[in-house]
Structures are given as C-alpha cells and as structure tokens.
Design a protein around this ligand. Sequence first.
Ligand code: ZN
Length: 281
Amino acid sequence: MHKLRRVKGSPSGYLAEIIDCKSGDRGDRLEALKSRLANRYAVLEAAYTVADLGGVAVSTWTPAARSDLLHCYESTVKSLETLKSLIKQRQPEGLRDLCPYCGIGPAVQFDHYLPKARYPEFSVHSYNLVPCCGPCNGLKSETWLEAGVRVFLNIYIDSLPTAPMLKPSVTWSIRGGRSVPKVSYALVRPAHFRAGKFRIIEKHFEKLELLDRYKDQSHSEFTILRDAALAREANTVATLRRFLLQFLERRKETLGPLNWKVALYEELITHRPFLGECLAT
Ligand SMILES: [Zn+2]
C-alpha cells in the first residue's frame, strides 16, 4: 500500500481534450454540457479533502447525458490513453505498475474512486482515476460510503502511517520432510497514528479482504526469499542474515515500509526456523 501523486495539469483541460475527440451528435451533446461539467468539476475539486470528499452530492443526469459521460471513459480515444499514461508516469518508478490499494498485483485497471455509475460526470476526472489491480477494482465496485462515511482510502489524499502497520505471525510445520511456514497477518495501529484516522484504513483492509489476500500470497514470497538466500550460498547464520537484510533494505526502499512483503521479510529474517531452512541444503 502506498500513496499516489496527482497528475499535473488541469482536470478540466483533460476533459476538454477528450470531448474534442467526440464527433457527431454525441460531440454536440457533450459540448452543450461543458458549462454544467465545469460547475461539477469545481464542486469536486473544492471538496477534494480528507474531511469533505465523502460529502460530494450526486447530481441527476438524463439517460442520454449519462450515457455520453460514461462514453468518455468507456470509449478509448488517444487523449484518454494519454491521461491514463500520465497518471502512471507521475508515480515513482518502482511503484508505477503496482496496485496502491493492496501492493499485491499489477495496476492494470483504473478505479473510479467516486463510482462512475453514480457520478458519471467524473468518469475522466484525473483526481478520480486510481490505477489499481483487477481484484481491488472488483471488490471495491460501486461502494465507497457507508452511512455517509468513506470506507476506502483515497490514496491521493488520505494519511498513511510512516511506520509499519502489518504484523505477520509465522508458524512452522513439517511437510514432505521440510519446514513449511504458515503466515497470518494482523493490522496494528502504529503509535502516534490517530485512532480516528486509522478507522478508514481498517475499513479499507476489511472491504478489500487484504489480510486474507496477503496470507494467500505469502508462501510464494517465502520461496522467493529462501531461493534468493540459497543462490548466495550463505552458509552461516551471520552471512545469511547480512544478505537477507540487504535484500530487505532494497525492497523497503522501493516498496516503502507499509508494504506487506516488507513486513513478511522483516518477520522471517528474525525467525530461527526460517534461517535454518535456508541453511539446510
Ligand atoms: Zn490491488
């Protein structure tokens, strides 16, 4: 999980470029909506804060207007592709292709933070487009509020702790003559991170089933880490630990302290059974 930077440039400038690509009756209808769209864009941008974003009211559109607004996103034109590409390029290189909601999968889709089914006018608003993975996009779906309160992190503006917030627990069992780890995760509020701010993180984890998804991913990460250690032919606990710490530091630098892999690696490196498993070949 990591923060995203907002793309530079005016959201209404990107919208105008997309509308300019539309021709015929649809182009004329969208052109006629421009002033209302400018008002709606101003409403969203004024409310684009942690405190106010959940209060953006739904606006009513005719079926034709709604269809035209959704078409702006659903029909690919060069200016939309350019906008999507700029959003991804704005992110740091090591994180550009990683889903910011989970940190597991590649960011191959775009989530509409305010769901486009309810807010079709923001279907191509640059602040509303979040590159993410398919599972996160599917799980988030059209939900974003519960009792008027946001239940997913807006990764452009919400605060994230700077200290780790995932605590993996590793137990070992013998399978096929080898020690095999079983990993589960707990979400913990770091000291000095306010409970009120942490509530949305807890909801985000719950709705995106992150603790279970990290658990499912952990065995392959264990294998990657062990194979990396074995490839280095580290044959004492001291040399192995030194190598693993370097491996961890490199990933922490790229992925940040909140990433689930980083949390797992930090936990495994302190585990005697894991070190023993790496040395037992
Ligand atoms: Zn994801």
